[in-house]
Design a protein around this ligand. Structure first.
Ligand SMILES: *[C@@H]1O[C@H](CO)[C@@H](O)[C@H](O)[C@H]1NC(C)=O
Ligand SMILES: *[C@@H]1O[C@H](CO)[C@@H](O)[C@H](O)[C@H]1NC(C)=O
Ligand SMILES: *[C@@H]1O[C@H](CO)[C@@H](O)[C@H](O)[C@H]1NC(C)=O
Ligand SMILES: *[C@@H]1O[C@H](CO)[C@@H](O)[C@H](O)[C@H]1NC(C)=O
Ligand SMILES: *[C@@H]1O[C@H](CO)[C@@H](O)[C@H](O)[C@H]1NC(C)=O
Ligand SMILES: *[C@@H]1O[C@H](CO)[C@@H](O)[C@H](O)[C@H]1NC(C)=O
Ligand SMILES: *[C@@H]1O[C@H](CO)[C@@H](O)[C@H](O)[C@H]1NC(C)=O
Ligand SMILES: *[C@@H]1O[C@H](CO)[C@@H](O)[C@H](O)[C@H]1NC(C)=O
Ligand SMILES: *[C@@H]1O[C@H](CO)[C@@H](O)[C@H](O)[C@H]1NC(C)=O
Ligand SMILES: *[C@@H]1O[C@H](CO)[C@@H](O)[C@H](O)[C@H]1NC(C)=O
Ligand SMILES: *[C@@H]1O[C@H](CO)[C@@H](O)[C@H](O)[C@H]1NC(C)=O
Ligand SMILES: *[C@@H]1O[C@H](CO)[C@@H](O)[C@H](O)[C@H]1NC(C)=O
Ligand SMILES: [Cu+2]
Length: 643
C-alpha cells in the first residue's frame, strides 16, 4: 500500500515529443523520522514527505525538470546533479553562491536541462551544508539510447546499488561539534554504520547464468568503502559516466561520490547464497570506536530456501582495482601539454578562533556575497579578472579551450576524494601514499621527475588523493561556466577545501541560455542577495573587494596548533591538562595557557561553559587507540572530557 502511494506521488509526468522525453518532478523538502540502519529512528530529509528520494532513470537527450521547493522553515537548500556537464546551462549546476542563489524557505527553483553529453551512472544531492548526509540524495541513471541500446557491452539486467555511510545524528549537530574549538585536530565525526540501498542486510535475488550490470554509487558523505561479493568476479565497464575497457577484479574501492558499473555473471549452481561485503576504509577514521562494525554483510541470494551466508573474509584489502590503470573505452589520448597549470597545496590547520579548517594554498574557501555566475554575467570586461570573484574564494579564470593541469599536493595525512564539476578529467599522475606512521614525509609532485603519463589516461569526475602525496589531472576548458573543484568529504567541504574555476567568462556572457530568468533572480531577491556585483557585492567598481567575506585571522606568529591544544586541555582538565602538556612535550611553553587566552580573547570560564560538551557523550564510550599522535590526542581528549 505504502509502495503504491509512493509510486503515485513520485511518478514523473512523462510528456513525449518525437524522440526525447521530458521528465517533470515536483519535489518539496521536509523532515521525518526513519530507521535506516535498523538501529535508530532519526530525522531524515524527505521528498514530498517520503524517504528515500526516488531514483531517476532517463535516456540521453531527455529533458529533466525539477521544481525544487524548500520546505524547511529555517535552512536554505539546493540541488546538484553530480557529474552532469550542464553545457551552456551552468545555472543548473546547483551550487549556492556559485551558480545560483541559495533557495530560501518556501521558495522554489526550477532545475530544467537536457542530458545531452552524459551517459551512465550518476546521482543527485543537495549542495547545501551537508544536507545530503541527512538523506537528501538519489541515483540518476542515464541510458545510452532507448533501453540502453548503445551501451558497449552485453548484459541481461541493469541493477543500481547505492552504498553509503550513516550517522546517528543530523548534520547540524555533528557540524556544531566538528567545527569547534574542542575539536582542534579537526577529527571528523565517525559514522555508525555502512548502508546498502538505504538499509542493511539487503537481499539481492539473482537468477543463475545471468549477466547483471550492477551500477554501484557511493552516496555517502565521508568514508571510502571496499566492496566485494564472495566468490564472484566483477568486470568494470564504466566509472563516473565514462565507459572503460573491461577490467576484472574481485574488489572495488569507492570513495564517496564515485561510481562503478560492473558486469557480474551468476553461477549455474543455485544451491548456495553468497555474501555481499562492504568494509570501511578505517584509515580515514581518527579513532575506531570499539563497537563500530567495520564491515557489513548483505546477501546475494540464488535460493531463498538455502541458508544465508556468513560474512566473507579476504586475505588482503590491497587487492582492489586501482582505477589509475583503467582505460577509457573510447581510448581518448593524453591531452596536449597544458596551457595553464594550477598547483594546489592541501593543508588542515587552525585559525585564530581555534577551529580547524582545510586550505588550498593557505586559503579556506569562503562563499562570495554574490554568486560567481552572476558576477560573470554583470562584470562586463572585468569578468576575466579573477579579483572580481574575491580573494578568499580561490578563484581561477580559465581561457576558452585551453588545456589545464591541476596539481594537488597533499600536506595532510588523510585521503581526499576530489570532484570537479562540469567535466571529466584525465588522471595523468597519482603517487602512492606516504605514511606519516612509517616516518614518511610529504612528497609534492615533481614536474622534472615523475613517472611517464599514460597514453590513454583514466577519465572520471572524482578521484582520490593519497596521504602526503600528489596527483595531477588534466582537462580541456571547453565548457564555459563556473565550476567547483572540491573535496567530496562533506566535512572537508565545510572546512573550506574548494576552489572555483571561472571558465571562459566571455563566452558565458555571450550565450543567452546562461542568463538568469526572472524566477531565478527572485530566489536571490528573496534572500536579499544582490543580482549584480563582484564577490563583495560591489556593482560599481568590480575590482573593489573592501566588503568581501574573509576567513578568520591566522594564529599569531610564535603560536602553534599545539598551543591551542594545550589551552583546551588545560582549561578542560586542570591538572590532567598538565599531564597532557607533558605528553605532548609542551611543558617548556610554561605560559602557554595564559598566552593563548590573551591572544584569543577568551577565558577559561567561557570554555568550560560550552554547552557543546554534552554532545560529546556519544564518543565517550571506550575507544581503541590507533597509532599516530593525532588519534592518540583525540582519544585522550574524549577520555578526559567528562572530568
Ligand atoms: C507542485 O506541488 C505543489 C504542492 O502540491 C503545487 O502547489 C504546485 O502547483 C505544483 N507545481 C507544479 C509545477 O506542478
Ligand atoms: C542487520 O544485521 C545485524 C547483525 O546481524 C543486526 O544487528 C541489524 O539489526 C540488522 N539490520 C537490519 C536493518 O535488519
Ligand atoms: C521548523 O521545523 C522544525 C522541524 O520540522 C520544527 O521542529 C520547528 O518547530 C519549526 N520551527 C518553526 C519556527 O516553525
Ligand atoms: C525548460 O527549458 C526549455 C528550453 O529552454 C523551455 O522550452 C521550457 O519551457 C522550460 N520548462 C519550464 C517549465 O519552464
Ligand atoms: C537498489 O534499489 C534500487 C531502487 O532504488 C533498485 O532498483 C535495485 O534493484 C536495488 N538493488 C539491489 C541490488 O537490490
Ligand atoms: C551453465 O549452464 C548453461 C546452460 O544452461 C551452459 O551453457 C553453461 O556452459 C553452464 N556454465 C557452466 C560454468 O557450467
Ligand atoms: C535450495 O536450497 C534448498 C535448501 O538447502 C535445497 O533443498 C534445494 O535443493 C535448493 N534448490 C535449488 C534449485 O538449488
Ligand atoms: C568485520 O569486523 C569485525 C570487527 O569489527 C572483525 O572481527 C571481522 O573479522 C571483520 N570481518 C571481515 C570479513 O573483515
Ligand atoms: C586492469 O587493472 C590493472 C590494475 O588493477 C592494470 O594493471 C591493468 O592494466 C588493467 N587492464 C585494463 C585492460 O584496463
Ligand atoms: C602558505 O603559507 C606558508 C607559511 O606562511 C608559506 O610558506 C607558503 O608559501 C604559503 N603557500 C602559498 C601557496 O601561498
Ligand atoms: C570592452 O572592451 C572592448 C574591446 O576591448 C570595448 O570595445 C568595449 O567598449 C569594452 N566594454 C566595456 C563595457 O568597457
Ligand atoms: C542577458 O540578460 C540581460 C538583461 O536582461 C540582457 O541585457 C542581455 O542581453 C542578455 N544576454 C544574452 C546573451 O542574451
Ligand atoms: Cu577531504
Amino acid at each position: 500500500m505504502m509502495l503504491i502511494s509512493y509510486i503515485i506521488t513520485l511518478l514523473p509526468i512523462v510528456a513525449t515529443s518525437a524522440l526525447a522525453k521530458t521528465h517533470t518532478f515536483n519535489w518539496t523538502t521536509g523532515w521525518d523520522y526513519q530507521n535506516v540502519d535498523g538501529v535508530l529512528n532519526r530525522p531524515v530529509i524527505t521528498c514530498n514527505g517520503q524517504w528515500p528520494w526516488p531514483d531517476i532513470r532517463v535516456t540521453k537527450g531527455d529533458r529533466i525538470q525539477v521544481y525544487l521547493t524548500n520546505g524547511f522553515n529555517d535552512s536554505d537548500t539546493s540541488l546538484h546533479f553530480h557529474g552532469l556537464f550542464q553545457k551552456d546551462n551552468n545555472k543548473m549546476d546547483g551550487v549556492p553562491f556559485l551558480t545560483q542563489c541559495p533557495i530560501g524557505p518556501g521558495d522554489t527553483y526550477l532545475y530544467n536541462f537536457t542530458v545531452e553529453d552524459n551517459v551512465g551512472t550518476y546521482w543527485y544531492h543537495s549542495h547545501t551544508a551537508g544536507q545530503y548526509e541527512d538523506g537528501f540524495r538519489g541515483m540518476l541513471i542515464i541510458e545510452d539510447g532507448e533501453d540502453n541500446v548503445n551501451f558497449p557491452y552485453e548484459y541481461d539486467y541493469d541493477v543500481p546499488l547505492g552504498i553509503g555511510d550513516w550517522y546517528d545524528r543530523t548534520v547540524d549537530l555533528l557540524t556544531a561539534d566538528f567545527m569547534n574549538l574542542y575539536n582542534p585536530t579537526g577529527a571528523e565525526p565517525i559514522p555508525q554504520n555502512l548502508i546498502l540501498n538505504n538499509t542493511r542486510n539487503l537481499t539481492w535475488n539473482v537468477q543463475p547464468d545471468t549477466t547483471y550490470l550492477l551500477r554501484i554509487v557511493n552516496i555517502g558523505g565521508f568514508v571510502s568503502q571496499y566492496f566485494w561479493i564472495e566468490d564472484h568476479d566483477m568486470t568494470v565497464v564504466e566509472v563516473d559516466g565514462v565507459y572503460t575497457e573491461k577490467n576484472t577484479t574481485n574488489m572495488l574501492y569507492l570513495t564517496v561520490a564515485q561510481r562503478y558499473s560492473v558486469l557480474i555473471h551468476t553461477k549455474n549452481d543455485t544451491s548456495k547464497n553468497f555474501a555481499i561485503m562492504q568494509k570501511f576504509d578505517d584509515t580515514m577514521l581518527d579513532l575506531i570506536p570499539k563497537h563500530l562494525e567495520l564491515n557489513s554483510t548483505s546477501y546475494m541470494v540464488y535460493n531463498s530456501s538455502a541458508p544465508l551466508p556468513d560474512e566473507n573474509f579476504v586475505d588482503s584489502l590491497d587487492e582492489y582495482l586501482d582505477d589509475f590503470y583503467l582505460v577509457p573505452y573510447e581510448k581518448v589520448e593524453l591531452f596536449d601539454e597544458p596551457d595553464y597549470r594550477i598547483t594546489l597545496d592541501v593543508k588542515m590547520d587552525n585559525l585564530i578562533n581555534g577551529i580547524n579548517y582545510a586550505f588550498f594554498n593557505n586559503i579556506t574557501y569562503v562563499t562570495p556575497k554574490v554568486p560567481a555566475l552572476i558576477s560573470v554575467l554583470t562584470s562586463g570586461n572585468d569578468s576575466t579578472n579573477a579579483l572580481v570573484y574575491g580573494t578568499n574564494t580561490n578563484s581561477f579564470v580559465l581561457k576558452k579551450d585551453e588545456i589545464v593541469d591541476i596539481v594537488v599536493n597533499n600536506y595532510d595525512t588523510g585521503k581526499h576524494p576530489f570532484h570537479l564539476h562540469g567535466h571529466v578529467f584525465q588522471t595523468i599522475s597519482r603517487d602512492r601514499p606516504y605514511e606519516a606512521d612509517d616516518g614518511e614525509t610529504v612528497h609534492p609532485f615533481d614536474l622534472t621527475d615523475h613517472t611517464p603519463y599514460p597514453d590513454y589516461p583514466m577519465m572520471r569526475d572524482t578521484i582520490y588523493l593519497n596521504p602526503q602525496s600528489s596527483f595531477v589531472i588534466r582537462f580541456k576548458a571547453d565548457n564555459p561556466g563556473v565550476w567547483f573543484f572540491h573535496c567530496h568529504i562533506e566535512w572537508h567541504l565545510i572546512q573550506g577545501l574548494a576552489i572555483v574555476l571561472i571558465e571562459d567568462p566571455e563566452n558565458i556572457q555571450a550565450v543567452e541560455s546562461q542568463n538568469f530568468t526572472a524566477n531565478e533572480l527572485n530566489v536571490c531577491k528573496n534572500k536579499n542577495i544582490p543580482v549584480s556585483g563582484n564577490a563583495a557585492g560591489d556593482s560599481v567598481d568590480f575590482l573593489n573587494l573592501k566588503d568581501e567575506l574573509v576567513q578568520p585571522k591566522a594564529i599569531p606568529d610564535g603560536f602553534t596548533k599545539k598551543g591551542i591544544i594545550a589551552m583546551v586541555f588545560s582549561c578542560l582538565c586542570g591538572v590532567l591538562g598538565l599531564i597532557m602538556l607533558s605528553v605532548y612535550g609542551l611543558m617548556d611553553i610554561s605560559d602557554v595557557e595564559e598566552k593563548v587566552v590573551k591572544d584569543f580573547r577568551l577565558s577559561p570560564e567561557i570554555l568550560l561553559d560550552d554547552k557543546n560538551m554534552d554532545h560529546n557523550e556519544s564518543y565517550q564510550e571506550s575507544v581503541m587507540e590507533k597509532s599516530g599522535s593525532k588519534s592518540k590526542f583525540f582519544t585522550s581528549i574524549r577520555r578526559l572530557a567528562p572530568l
